[in-house]
Design a protein around this ligand. Structure first.
Ligand SMILES: Cc1cc2nc3c(=O)[nH]c(=O)nc-3n(C[C@H](O)[C@H](O)[C@H](O)COP(=O)(O)O)c2cc1C
Length: 378
């Protein structure tokens, strides 16, 4: 399974794990894969702590971080240094408040509400250029960070050039072929072709159709990873058949004991069927594949207010999330997850996921090798 991207990045297996959780990053590294920490849910101070911990536990191995620099965002909110709460329009705030009241979700006690607001204020600009820049600056203090990936648009060329100058590789997610051209122009080294099946922000094209298009558009020297709907070895074999050098997975790690999900969120995850993972704008204002809940569906009803641009919709979502969690209301929990959620029924571990992927990959390779063998002349 060793492909050129493994040599470029210094890992044994081209299995990339996207996760917001440091334990997943460390475990995937120990299992031979490559971990990329989603920095978007951490304040710069929290990120510093997480990267120190990862550095201390990965035995000198390389890893990456992922940031979110969208093409479209709220410019005033991006420049803010104080809380975004007073930029939230009354219509959206009142709609959410009424929904939570009607669902009997209690407010947080004032002290706790203040602590949650302050915690949130440290990271609410992370879905924009200025917040992402602060996170990149933290990562640059950690020499084991060898890859920086951007989602939601091409990373600015000046940042790509700066990162290359420091010896880092740069990746970017693509949801359609035109994204590949924009990322190439910015100088990106790795294209992550993410199909609509994926959890998180996602487009409309399936992985099976998208990956070969991105491989063809990538051009020489640019590696393509397949993402979206990959949780088993047979899907890894398919990704190689489509021309990818590796796979980039997100949802499958959510069900591991190392993941950051709360017990309530894990209950929702394991109960969800593939068809429950739908694209909705409730979480960030852009289409995110998530497990639908009464909350996500309320914003789809006639008369619901329009979604705000990032990072404002995120601020609304996070305010509600803590209250819903505290109330223990599984029916109101919407967490990002891809269609493979329907294959996940019980807790496992990162190591076990990788072992299962490898076994399934070998079985698949043995099964299809005779089908692929060319006739040799007698
Ligand atoms: C909970 C969750 C959060 C995600 N957040 C981000 C993110 O902040 N940045 C990013 O580049 N991708 C994010 N993604 C997408 C992943 O990077 C990855 O492309 C996707 O999970 C792959 O498809 P899969 O979910 O079918 O494995 C997220 C995915 C999940 C499941």
């Amino acid at each position: 399974m060793h492909t050129p991207i493994c040599d470029k990045l210094g890992c044994e297996l081209p299995i990339f794990a996207f996760s917001h959780c440091r334990d997943v990053i460390v475990e995937i590294t120990k299992a031979g894969g490559f971990g990329v920490l989603g920095a978007g849910t951490h304040s710069p101070a929290q990120l510093e702590q997480e990267l120190n911990w990862i550095d201390a536990h990965v035995g000198g191995k390389p890893y990456g971080i992922d940031v979110l620099i969208p093409l479209k965002y709220d410019k005033e909110a991006d420049q803010r240094t104080e809380s975004l709460d007073d930029l939230l329009p009354a219509e959206q705030k009142n709609f959410l408040e009424k929904f939570l009241r009607d669902e009997n979700v209690p407010e947080l006690p004032p002290d706790e509400a203040r602590a949650v607001r302050e915690e949130r204020a440290g990271k609410e600009r992370n879905h924009g250029p200025s917040g992402s820049r602060r996170l990149i600056d933290v990562a640059l203090k950690h020499p084991q960070v060898k890859l920086i990936v951007n989602a939601l648009g091409p990373p600015p060329k000046e940042i790509v050039d700066e990162l290359h100058g420091r010896g880092l590789l740069v990746g970017a997610l693509c949801g359609k072929p035109s994204h590949a051209a924009a990322h190439r122009a910015a100088g990106v080294d790795i294209l992550i072709a993410q199909g609509t099946e994926a959890g998180g922000h996602t487009g409309e094209i399936s992985t099976l159709v998208l990956v070969p298009q991105i491989v063809d558009a990538a051009g020489p020297g640019i590696a393509v990873l397949a993402a979206g709907g990959i949780s088993r070895g047979r899907q890894i074999a398919a990704a190689f058949a489509l021309g990818a050098q590796g796979v980039w997975c997100g949802t499958i790690w959510l069900g591991t004991r190392e993941s950051e999900l709360t017990p309530l969120e894990k209950q929702v995850l394991f109960a969800a069927r593939t068809e429950d993972a739908v694209r909705r704008k409730w979480m960030t204002g852009k289409s995110v594949r998530l497990i639908r809940s009464k909350t996500s569906e309320a914003w789809e009803q006639p008369g619901a207010p329009k979604h705000l641009l990032p990072p404002l919709q995120n601020a609304l979502y996070h305010a509600a999330r803590v209250r819903i969690e505290r109330a223990g209301r599984a029916d109101l929990v919407s967490l990002p997850a891809g269609q493979v959620v329907g294959l996940m029924n019980e807790e496992t571990s990162v190591r076990q996921v990788v072992m299962d992927m490898l076994n399934d990959y070998v079985e698949t390779a043995e099964r299809i090798a005779p089908l692929l063998a060319l006739d040799t002349p007698k």
